[in-house]
Design a protein around this ligand. Structure first.
Ligand code: C6P
Length: 407
């Protein structure tokens, strides 16, 4: 895409100028976490330098300023995912905490022995373990919809799992291990036809595409700030207001209450009912700044540019003898997971690091996916809007040189 301003964007990310082992950094571990633009760093420095105090608690000027910035960020996030109201935006630590919150509040209230929860075979551990824990607590059963060898959900098999015992479907929007983008609208329509709510794990999708929760009609949507060019330690649970209203709180403490006596406690309104304790104030403000930054570029432009990067990387990778791509779904985000003949992925990761290239090697917190493809781990290059075709060339040349020396 000739008119995507990638060089201008790169200049906004100070860390991209780092040298690693005397080589220019080639950062391709964006699915694990991505780097931060100066605008996000500045927003945090500015808050701590000029506006910082606790939120929702003081009448003094700094508390008001801090609260305005904090709640302003909530509005930006609401608009970013097109939620109907700020009440539907709950701040949590990340996607993991958001899923645990739903499991332990919505799940514990609505799921009984013998009920079923459906996930898919491509889930991150964060969308497996909280449901296993809930099943242990309630006597419910976890059902797993299978995938094919391309790494795609077998939709017919998913549909067959839906029954009058199904109480929740929880599915990843874009797989971190394979890159697969799931047909979430179809999944939601099938579940809703049976009055079953759907949670979407948006940890990987939010940085790469426009997300419209009202258009998707999902019931819950979760994501993490640190994969969205924002700080770590902050994430979002979106939930439809009626569902959130009916759910009990997750944790008790300050800010989630309206009135406390020793006899009883009256809980606060949404979204505060789910936000016990002092929140991650600077991280929320940083997330707001990240969203401003992304809006300045445009999510659709980012998606188009990254699709081009993925197509380029895939074409190059397919030319390398001895390289097997894990995850070849027709609809894929900018993730290239691969294994090399005779070289363990951890060695691939270490050797690429010696060339200044950061990829992730391991099971990517998706051990069942590794089992399915019968590999111990993969090396994973995951791209962001600041990556370039030249960096992909550096990666591919690096892989070729490994194969030459070790393969
Ligand atoms: N995946 C990766 O390298 P947290 O850790 O809460 O921010 O996000 C958890 C999570 C949930 N779902 C998906 C699809 C994810 O990819 C992740 C995080 C990182 O792939 C770290 S394991």
């Amino acid at each position: 895409m000739t008119n995507f301003p990638v060089e201008k964007i790169r200049a906004d990310f100070p860390i991209l100028a780092e040298k690693i082992r005397n080589k220019p950094l080639v950062y391709l571990d964006n699915a694990a976490t991505c780097q931060k633009p100066q605008a996000v760093i500045d927003s945090i420095v500015h808050l701590y330098s000029h506006d910082y105090a606790n939120v929702h608690r003081g009448v003094h000027t700094l508390s008001v300023r801090s609260t305005d910035k904090f709640e302003g960020a909530r509005t930006k996030i609401k608009d970013f995912i097109n939620a109907a109201s700020e009440k539907e935006i709950i701040f949590v630590r990340g996607a993991t905490e958001a899923i645990n919150l739903v499991a332990q509040t919505y799940g514990k209230t609505n799921i009984k022995p013998g009920d079923e929860i459906i996930i898919t075979a491509m889930e991150h551990h964060s969308n497996i373990v909280p449901w296993q824990m809930l099943c242990q607590q309630t006597g419910a059963i976890l059902k797993v919809a299978p995938i094919n060898l391309l790494g795609e959900l077998i939709f017919d098999e998913f549909e067959k799992l839906i029954s009058d015992k199904t109480r929740l479907v929880s599915v990843v929007h874009m797989s971190n291990a394979l890159g697969t983008i799931n047909p979430v609208k179809k999944i939601i329509a099938a579940a809703h036809a049976n009055n079953i709510p759907v949670l979407l794990d948006g940890a990987q999708s939010t940085p790469h595409m426009t997300v419209d929760v009202q258009d998707l009609d999902c019931d819950f949507y979760v994501f993490s700030g640190h994969k969205l060019y924002a700080p770590s330690g902050i994430g979002v649970l979106y939930g439809k207001q009626a569902l959130l209203e009916a759910m009990p709180p997750y944790q008790g403490g300050g800010d989630m209450i309206r009135k406390v006596t020793f006899a009883e406690t009256e809980y606060n309104v949404l979204p505060y009912k789910f936000e016990a304790g002092t929140p991650a104030i600077a991280e929320v403000v940083g997330l707001g700044a990240a969203i401003d930054y992304l809006n300045g570029i445009g999510m659709d432009k980012i998606a188009a540019y990254e699709a081009e990067l993925l197509a380029y990387a895939t074409e190059k990778a397919l030319q390398i003898k001895g390289l097997r791509i894990i995850g070849e779904a027709e609809h894929k985000g900018a993730i290239l997971s691969f294994v090399l003949n005779k070289i363990h992925p951890h060695d691939v990761g270490t050797m690429l690091d010696s060339l200044g290239i950061a990829v992730r090697a391991g099971h990517h917190c998706a051990m069942p996916v590794m089992d399915f493809f019968n590999v111990p781990a993969t090396a994973r290059a995951s791209f962001a809007m600041y990556n370039t075709k030249e960096e992909i060339d550096v990666l591919m040349n690096g892989i070729e040189s490994l194969i030459e020396v070790f393969g």
